[in-house]
Design a binder for this molecule. Structure first.
Ligand code: DGT
Ligand code: MG
Length: 492
């Protein structure tokens, strides 16, 4: 199945990464004194130790694990006509992420291409990684497929208590803007120094157990940890000290580089005359509040200054599962019905593995329009009758459930699209939401508590923060970030 349109749903994140980044940031006004900090590490913001992990060339690494012969050749992962990622050998030849296949082949004629449209293996490994991290510390928040935040403050505090004061602290890996980590006075920042040791151990564990390499950022907030983790790539780690926050914020080349500022938000900021991060730092707060409202304005200002008190929100089981496909043109009811059947079959299989019963079916379409190339998405949803829904967790009843769901989805389709006139669709998405544990028995398959404790994480069960926003990215509309919440969507 072509999944390159990506599985995304209102509350799912898949490969969505830096921008997938679908963690709504809490308003600054509420964040500092909020008791929610205590729900996490209990530390005051400046004392937290937050890690951000980002795997190296994720899809390519998965393919290299599956076929080690690919390790030493330049490898590109192709979705439709785009190289969505490539290994570091290919990067050495000038191939970049999101380059067209044509350009990539020009840069590197010996580039080996592997189709990456079926996300199954990436998804599986992605959950194995989160599961591994959760086994060390429960405060893990997923961000897309290959990124995770961890609040390791408590681990660090335990180590701090166990470390004799006479011990010389040191940093593992790089320290941002310090030429040598050795020369950096770690005793001034013992928590971050110990955090860098924990990060190194976790990266070793990820490599030892899963065979994967990645980068880590160590800082006092999610925003800063994410910003610093890519400072040295691949397979390296970097710590950001509080005194260098201004440097890293000043190094960002534009507003979109601020984690939490999505495409739409950046456009609105630009419309107010802002270009760089400095402009946002200096823009009168009152004027910003007129555009975004007070809390979002303060939040944006804080982000621009490198201040982020949002907690690492442990990721629970997803609230919905979806699957979608994008294409150049679909214009007959038959094609629509066939595509919906294909999507629902795979989704039902994933739902079966998850073990919960969906209560709601949603269908989303995107129409083509000559004037507005990527017309917005439209959705309709309906309840799934219990006699249909209950077949899903038990395996779909030999395709009966899928047939019944297709009939339901086609009804939704006809509510949106008048088939007596010509139509031109470029995307179809089906989504199961309102997922309920069968018998609602705590600890049952599919429950949040069991989600990370299964020996093999359920394939395709997407984890997200329940409050997260719809964020989508596909080769067809790369970096399109759909921001549905007004007045502002702040996404990592
Ligand atoms: P890195 O982190 O620079 O070493 O390389 P990757 O490949 O890990 O890149 P990252 O972390 O931005 O994204 C993780 C995976 O998500 C990547 O392997 C492929 C997928 N992905 C990233 N960006 C896009 C995109 O724009 N479209 C699609 N379809 N997939 C993407
Ligand atoms: Mg990555």
């Amino acid at each position: 199945m072509d999944n390159s349109g990506d599985d995304t749903g209102e509350d799912e994140t898949e490969w969505n990464n830096s921008y997938v980044d679908s963690v709504p940031l809490r308003p600054a006004a509420a964040s500092v004194s909020d008791a929610s900090l205590n729900r996490t590490s209990g530390a005051t913001p400046g004392e937290r130790v937050i890690l951000h992990f980002d795997l190296d060339c994720f899809y390519a690494q998965v393919e290299m694990l599956r076929n080690p012969a690919l390790r030493d050749v330049p490898l590109g992962i192709q979705q439709k006509y785009i190289i969505v990622t490539c290994n570091y050998v290919a990067r050495g030849h000038g191939v970049t992420k999101l380059m067209s296949v044509t350009d990539a082949k020009q840069k590197c004629p010996q580039l080996v291409l592997v189709k990456g449209e079926d996300l199954t293996h990436y998804r599986d490994i992605s959950y194995k990684l989160t599961e591994l991290l959760v086994s060390f510390c429960p405060l893990v928040e997923r961000l897309g497929f290959d990124e995770n935040f961890m609040d390791i403050t408590k681990m660090v505090e335990r180590r701090l208590a166990e470390t004799p004061a006479s011990n010389r602290f040191s940093f593992k890996g790089h320290v941002y803007n310090h030429i040598s980590a050795d020369a950096t006075k770690a005793s001034d920042h013992p928590r971050l120094a110990l955090g860098s040791h924990v990060a190194a151990e976790l990266r070793d564990a990820i490599h030892g157990k899963l065979g994967l390499t990645g980068c880590a950022g160590i800082a006092t907030s999610k925003l800063l940890a994410k910003l610093v983790s890519g400072a040295f790539k691949p397979n390296q780690q970097t710590t950001l000290l509080p005194e260098n926050v201004g440097d890293i914020m000043g190094s960002l080349s534009g507003l979109r580089q601020v984690p939490g500022v999505g495409h739409q938000t950046a456009k609105r900021l630009q419309a107010l005359g802002m270009v760089g991060v400095k402009d946002l730092q200096l823009f009168p707060l009152n004027d910003l509040a007129k555009e975004f409202g007070g809390p979002a304005a303060r939040r944006l200002r804080s982000l621009a200054l490198g201040v982020d008190d949002s907690p690492v929100a442990p990721t629970g089981a997803p609230q919905s599962l979806s699957d979608e496909d994008s294409f150049k043109k679909m214009s007959t009811t038959r094609e629509v019905s066939e595509k919906i059947q294909e999507l629902l079959s795979s989704l039902t299989e994933r739902m079966h593995k998850d073990g919960r019963q969906p209560q709601t079916l949603r269908l989303t379409v995107r129409r083509y329009s000559a004037t507005n190339k990527w017309f917005g998405r439209e959705s309709r949803q309906c309840p799934i009758p219990n006699h249909v829904g209950q077949k899903i967790p038990s395996g779909g009843g030999d395709g009966v459930a899928v047939r019944q769901l297709v009939a339901l989805a086609m009804k939704l389709f006809h509510k949106m699209v008048d088939c007596s006139a010509a139509f031109h669709l470029t995307l179809i998405n089906v989504c199961f939401s309102n997922l309920q544990a069968r018998g609602a028995a705590a600890g049952g398959r599919g429950s949040i508590t069991s989600f990370f404790t299964q020996s093999s994480p359920p394939k395709g069960t997407d984890i997200f923060s329940p409050q997260s926003q719809v964020l989508q990215k596909s080769p067809a509309d790369d970096f399109m970030l759909i921001e549905i919440s007004s007045p502002v969507t702040l996404c990592y």
